[in-house]
Design a protein around this ligand. Structure first.
Ligand code: ADP
Ligand code: MN
Ligand code: MN
Ligand code: MN
Ligand code: MN
Length: 369
């Protein structure tokens, strides 16, 4: 389908983007997670001041019946600002405002997984939990993304088997690098602690890493990094998918490996605390799997097959340098005797608020989940 008539025109746009914005007018794009628990929405309002903290920002609302978050007869859902980022798209003093959603009864909307995560993070603040999340995703050709066709794949048939694509270079191995580069810089500009990127095992699949971020910031930073990715790709006429198993068969799925540590794990003798945490994760394996994708574990059944560098969804395993396990202790960490563990189970479309909350409830609060 030719969608070129929908294209934006960069040179025409530049004329408007270069118009001087009044100093006392700030565009604030409020961003939130919709009823799917995966997709994000955004809308903008003008403020007459440059916001420095979320407390200064007005609570807003939106039509929740159009986002799967409420009934039409009682449609309004509140947007409560929780984090401010610089806006890499509009530049200047403009902001991206990450929000949590609050229902008419002033309770967190069902799609708001942040509220309970924030409570748990407050409880364990003394342990200083850090999270480094490796966000994998795939690029789709065609801005409608309708046919779920990976960017750069032939219209019919398949590419040469996976092998040369991971961290690959060359036009026949790396598809969509401009999106990756633009996203990296846009995240840095926004104030997200993006720590790296790489091309993944399946061609047109990529990864970026966020963190380590402490406590609730981990979820905030990953969600905003996802929003920026979709928005950057939109500029290129490319769609992003976080489907954890886009192509069945001999192609790697996509995850959101979550690297996790506490103050004790990062200190001398920390390996003992890492091994202890792993035993708590083992006991709660089933509860973690049910909460590591937005479909109660069903998405991860497709991905965690025990093949393609995954552990099996129905069996917990752990090991040093083992990329076929549920949880891996990086070799470097084992050698030095302290550091962090890697939970390899979260799916690429997981809610990082849920994943970080469950890690903390299992391993720090030692809850039986
Ligand atoms: P992999 O070898 O699994 O591909 P990556 O290099 O992609 O690992 O990601 C490692 C992640 O671990 C990074 O996001 C990094 O910020 C994070 N990380 C490093 N040290 C810690 C730590 N002490 N606690 C939590 N996360 C950490
Ligand atoms: Mn309206
Ligand atoms: Mn990685
Ligand atoms: Mn990876
Ligand atoms: Mn990893």
């Amino acid at each position: 389908m030719d969608l070129s008539y929908l294209s934006s025109n960069a040179s025409v746009m530049a004329k408007y983007r270069d118009l001087k914005q009044p100093d006392d007018k700030v565009q604030c794009m409020y961003v939130w997670i919709d009823g799917s628990g995966e997709n994000m929405r955004a809308k903008t309002r003008t403020l007459n001041f440059v916001p420095k903290s979320v407390e200064e920002l007005p609570i807003w609302d939106f039509d929740g019946s159009s986002t799967g978050q409420s009934e039409g007869s009682n449609a309004d859902v509140y947007l409560k600002p929780v984090a401010i980022y610089k806006d890499p798209f509009r530049g200047a003093n403009n902001k991206l405002i990450l929000c949590e959603t609050i229902s008419y009864d002033k309770k967190p909307n069902f799609a708001n997984k942040r509220a309970s995560c924030a409570e748990v993070m407050k409880k364990v603040a003394d342990s200083q939990p850090w999270f480094g999340i490796e966000q994998e995703y795939s690029l789709l050709s065609g801005k409608n993304g309708i046919n779920k066709h990976p960017l750069g794949w032939p219209e019919n048939g398949f590419l040469a088997p996976q092998g040369p694509y991971y961290c690959g270079v060359g036009a026949h191995r790396a598809f969509g690098r401009d999106v990756v580069e633009a996203h990296y810089r846009a995240c840095m500009y926004a104030g997200i602690p993006i720590s790296g990127e790489n091309a993944e095992v399946m061609p047109s699949q990529w990864e970026f890493q966020v963190g380590p971020s402490e406590g609730i910031n981990a979820g905030d930073d990953v969600w905003m990094a996802r929003f920026i990715l979709e928005r950057v790709a939109e500029d290129f006429g490319i769609a992003v998918t976080f489907d954890p198993k886009l192509i069945s068969g001999d192609w790697n799925g996509a995850g959101a490996h979550t690297n996790f540590s506490t103050k004790a794990m990062r200190g001398p003798g920390g390996i003992k605390h890492i091994e202890e945490a792993i035993e708590h994760l083992r006991v709660n394996h089933t509860a973690h799997i049910s909460n590591y994708d937005p479909k109660g574990g069903a998405d991860n059944v497709r991905r965690l097959t025990g093949r393609h560098e995954t552990g099996s969804y129905d069996q917990f395993s752990a090991g040093v340098a083992n990329r076929g396990a549920s949880v891996r202790i990086p070799r470097r960490v084992f050698d030095q005797g302290f550091g962090y563990l890697e939970d390899r189970r979260p799916a690429s479309n997981c809610d990082p608020y849920v994943v970080t909350e469950y890690l903390v409830r299992s391993s720090i609060l030692k809850e039986k989940l």
